[in-house]
Design a protein around this ligand. Structure first.
Ligand code: TYM
Length: 344
């Protein structure tokens, strides 16, 4: 297999209510990867409009995600932080991928089925084609590694299928790729650790989500210390003590979720948490979780609100990031246009 230079790409939708799941499943990974990789992090506003958005709220949510990235520790000078709509090549490559991906592939996407619900006829065409735009985001930079939560796994598999089919369809008769060289890498999902799927605090069988009507189901990055503490104290649990081994968490989704959150916030494993709190009173563990979550998240919330209010700074970061992203995107698209056979 041909090796490509390692490059990390990931995106977050500016759809409001950024929460602990986004933070643990994605943003903390973004921060860690900066030390070892070149990284591009995108506020995917084109994805956000696949469902209706109020323009003023969208603008504010784009700034919210950007501020969250920076408050969490992403360095926009060393790495690239930008919003997708400022780099037109995302939409252009997505169109080409719409002609590569098959209806049958998209028909299998579970996220579309969940989001469109029963009224599929009324879903936007953009919502259906959402995964081809996501593939374009990643492949526009020929990124090799994509940190995401568990819920994006199927989309990443589709991105790999699209890359593979593009390579197969277009490179076979191209003398420049005669020696079996490929153009797009097959991007690898990075889905690791104890919090790849953080669950609702009210119902351990449901994912923590921006769109849950109950605000108590999630901890928002913008929540203040009191709100965070209150939500964890109210979080659903069962009457039993914590087990001392992982197997004891089976069939106890709420306990499992809180243990996973604690583990992720300390950078440890669920086994470490159970070694510390196992067999003890659940309330002792919950108090420790309240303290830990407040200690880790509250300062990020404060910094995020401060940055978010500084429009000139945030918009400047995005513009600068877009300029750098566009340069790379334009280089890829020149080659893609040649490969496809367009005249330029
Ligand atoms: P989005 O905006 O829904 O979520 C952003 C990131 O947060 C992760 N996540 C979670 N992780 C753990 N537990 C949860 N409850 C939880 N909820 C969300 C998501 O998996 C994601 O990593 N399609 C993407 C955005 C996107 C993208 C891309 C990602 C667009 N283009 C290219 C990677 C590469 C999405 O909707 O994420």
């Amino acid at each position: 297999m041909q090796s490509f230079p390692q490059l990390v790409f990931s995106g977050v939708q500016p759809t409001g209510n950024l929460h602990l799941g986004n933070y643990l499943g994605a943003i903390t990974k973004f921060v860690a990867l900066q030390e070892t990789h070149e990284c591009i992090y995108c506020v995917v506003d084109l994805h956000a409009i696949t469902v209706a958005q109020k323009p003023a709220e969208l603008t504010s949510n784009i700034r919210e995600v950007t501020a969250a990235f920076i408050a969490a520790g992403i360095d926009p000078k060393k790495h690239v932080v930008f919003n997708q709509s400022q780099v037109a090549e995302h939409a252009e490559l997505a169109w080409i991928f719409n002609c590569v991906a098959r209806m049958g592939w998209l028909n299998r996407m579970t996220q579309f089925k969940e989001k469109a619900g029963k009224d599929r006829e009324n879903a936007s065409v953009g919502l259906y084609a959402y995964p081809t735009l996501m593939a374009a985001d990643i492949l526009l930079y020929r990124a090799t590694h994509v940190p995401v939560g568990e819920d994006q796994k199927q989309h990443l598999e589709l991105a790999r299928d699209i890359a593979q089919k593009f390579n197969n369809d277009f490179l076979a008769d191209n003398p420049e790729f005669a020696d079996g060289k490929t153009f797009f890498p097959l991007p690898e999902p990075l889905i690791q650790g104890p919090a790849t799927r953080v669950m609702s605090l009210r119902d351990g069988s449901k994912k923590m989500s921006k769109s849950d009507p109950s605000d108590n189901s999630r901890i928002n990055l913008a929540d203040d210390a009191d709100t965070i503490a209150q939500k964890i104290r109210k979080a659903k649990t069962d009457p039993d003590a914590l087990p001392s081994a992982i197997e004891g968490l089976a069939g106890r989704p709420e306990a499992d979720n809180l243990v996973g959150i604690y583990a992720a916030l300390t950078g440890g494993t669920k086994a470490d948490v159970l070694a510390q709190f196992g067999s003890g009173n659940f309330s002792t563990f919950k108090s420790a979780l309240v303290d830990l979550t407040v200690e880790k998240l509250a300062p990020i919330g404060v910094e995020m609100r401060r940055l978010q209010a500084d429009h000139a700074y945030i918009d400047g970061v995005l513009r600068d990031g877009a300029n750098r992203a566009r340069e790379r995107a334009a280089a890829t698209m020149m080659q893609v246009r040649d490969i496809v056979g367009f005249i330029r």
